[in-house]
Design a protein around this ligand. Structure first.
Ligand code: NAP
Length: 494
């Protein structure tokens, strides 16, 4: 059954979407338009005005004025909490529209957008709304001989935060940054990816309706190298939170260096899945398959390297191949589809050439390995074996439905291969031996580790990368503190 797009979404798509600066919707000073293409068909489904550098300057200025006059951070914690809770409810009210936009603009499966991503975005605002009334500092008794002090710390919002998001999971990425930034009391400039600006722009409307004051939230679609880089270099921007590729993250660090801008970087990954001989394969194999074929592998924590114990290796390979072959690759609006397209023609070409190079480097194709239908940007779910560990297909992020499976003979070998990567975002360990699993967590180089599961998001638990997968953490109290400065005050008592 094909899901029919609602009239509300059709109306939203009928005109180029304007962007938000200081509470006003704008067409941009150049009138430049971003064409929004449905990855499932290759057809244009809408458009958005692209922001120019002058618009970015206006947005930063508006955010700074809003920060300085305290129109948001000066509200009582319970008032701000109430607005964020209202926002969560409005996201749920408009879940169908947001899910349709994520499907049309980002190539998601409609069911997973409606039942997974949109509720998760709402939950993110609800989770951080809870922190607004709880954030505070500590009291200290300073040890200065002969004097008495009352010492305390404050957790103050860092200032204007530039939030730069990728195209995979546009709505959730935006929520993961906006919710803690607003909970901390910051004013924000959100720059969504040019590929997927629509859900973020729609979210802007709901944020206004929820009562976020003008200037506190500004949303600017536009090119990363122009608008994104300009925001990072801007002397008024106190904090940049970026999610995207490791290569661009490196450029951001260099660009932010001039003003010593605070940076959080959520970057790429090449996450290992370790399946030991004693694992429950009935759960491990389908979960590992979902970890790489879910969202067509366009997930930062995708389990793109599987290491299986020698005794179960062939069963794992066969099981993955069977699941891959049974996938119905198709448009996200078709309820029968179990895997959608890649985001763009260019990205599909990148995936295809990486797989081709992997094959010429010695990998064997068990299943898949080629593009799917040309009606959209489809790629077949692909299982590779026999790839040498130093080759690109094992070392580099493909960001597509492509998994390299390798056997291991000992725990030490599994650990060595898992850690043999410049990335360190996520990992999973599959075993019936809890002691072994806990032992491995100490040495496995990953920011988040799942035991007997993979890819479960938990807002209360910090997520982020070690090594070249990033700096800083999202979620939990750490995610909130990414948007605060801790300051100390010492009061000398008489
Ligand atoms: P990307 O190319 O790095 O772009 C990410 C964002 O940065 C986009 O909004 C992009 O703008 C902007 N940008 C590009 N160049 C910039 C520059 N010089 N200065 C400032 N901003 C710039 O990443 P992507 O292809 O969109 O997303 C996929 C990547 O994100 C993968 O590597 C994935 O692993 C990573 N990711 C990581 C996490 C995590 O939590 N660790 C989560 C999701 C995704 P335009 O594209 O609009 O030009």
């Amino acid at each position: 059954m094909i899901h029919e797009i609602s009239s509300a979404t059709r109306t939203f798509l009928a005109e180029p979407a304007q962007f938000l600066v200081n509470g006003k919707w704008r067409q941009g000073s150049t009138g430049e338009i971003i064409e929004c293409v449905d990855p499932a068909s290759g057809q244009q489904i809408g458009s958005a005005y692209a922001a120019a550098v002058t618009d970015a300057d206006d947005a930063v200025e508006a955010a700074k004025v809003a920060f300085d006059d305290k129109r948001w951070r000066g509200k009582t914690p319970s008032e701000r909490q109430g607005i964020l809770l209202r926002l969560a409810t409005l996201i749920e009210r408009d879940a169908q529209i947001l899910a349709e936009l994520e499907t049309l603009d980002g190539g998601k499966l409609y069911g997973s957008a409606l039942n997974g991503e949109v509720p998760h975005a709402a939950e993110t605002f609800r989770y951080y709304a809870g922190w607004v009334t709880k954030l505070g500092g500590h009291i200290f008794e300073p040890s200065v001989p002969g004097r008495i002090y009352h010492g305390f710390t404050r957790e103050d919002p860092v200032g204007v935060a530039a939030l730069i998001t990728p195209w995979n999971g546009a709505l959730v990425s935006a929520a993961w940054k906006l919710a803690p930034a607003l909970a901390a009391g910051c004013s924000c400039v959100l720059k969504p990816s040019e590929m997927t600006p629509l859900s973020s722009l729609y979210l802007g409307r709901i944020m206004q309706e929820a009562g976020i004051p003008d200037g506190v939230i500004n949303i600017l679609p536009g090119s990363g190298v122009k608008i994104g880089a300009h925001l990072v270099r801007h002397s008024t921007v106190a904090k940049v939170s970026f999610t995207g590729s490791t290569g661009v993250g490196r450029q951001l660090m260099a660009n932010g260096a001039e003003n010593l801008t605070r940076l959080s970087l959520e970057l790429g990954g090449k996450s290992p899945v370790l399946i030991f001989d004693d694992a429950d394969l009935d759960v491990a194999i389908p979960t590992a398959a979902e970890a790489i074929f879910g969202n067509a592998g366009q997930v930062c924590v995708a389990g793109s390297r599987i290491y299986a114990g020698r005794k179960v290796y062939q069963r794992v390979v066969d099981g993955l191949a069977e699941i891959a072959l049974n996938h119905k690759v198709g448009a996200g609006l078709d309820a029968a589809s179990t895997m959608g397209p890649l985001i763009s023609h260019a990205h599909r070409e990148r995936v295809r050439t990486m797989v081709d190079r992997g094959i010429s480097d010695g990998a064997n194709v068990v299943t898949g390995g080629a593009c799917g239908s040309d009606d959209g940007f489809y790629f077949q779910p692909t299982v590779l074996t026999g790839a040498a560990q130093e080759t690109e297909i094992v070392q580099e992020e493909v960001f597509g439905p492509v998994v390299a499976v390798s056997p291991f003979d000992s725990e030490a070998e599994a650990l060595q291969m898992a850690n043999n990567s410049r990335y360190g975002l996520a990992a999973s360990i599959w075993t019936g031996d809890t002691s072994r699993a806990l032992r491995l967590t100490e040495d496995l180089q990953a920011g988040i580790i799942w035991i007997n599961d993979h890819g479960i998001p938990e807002l209360a638990m910090p997520i982020g990368g070690v090594k070249q997968s990033g700096i800083g953490r999202e979620h939990g109290l750490e995610g909130l503190r990414a948007y605060t400065e801790t300051r100390s005050v010492m009061l000398r008592l008489k």
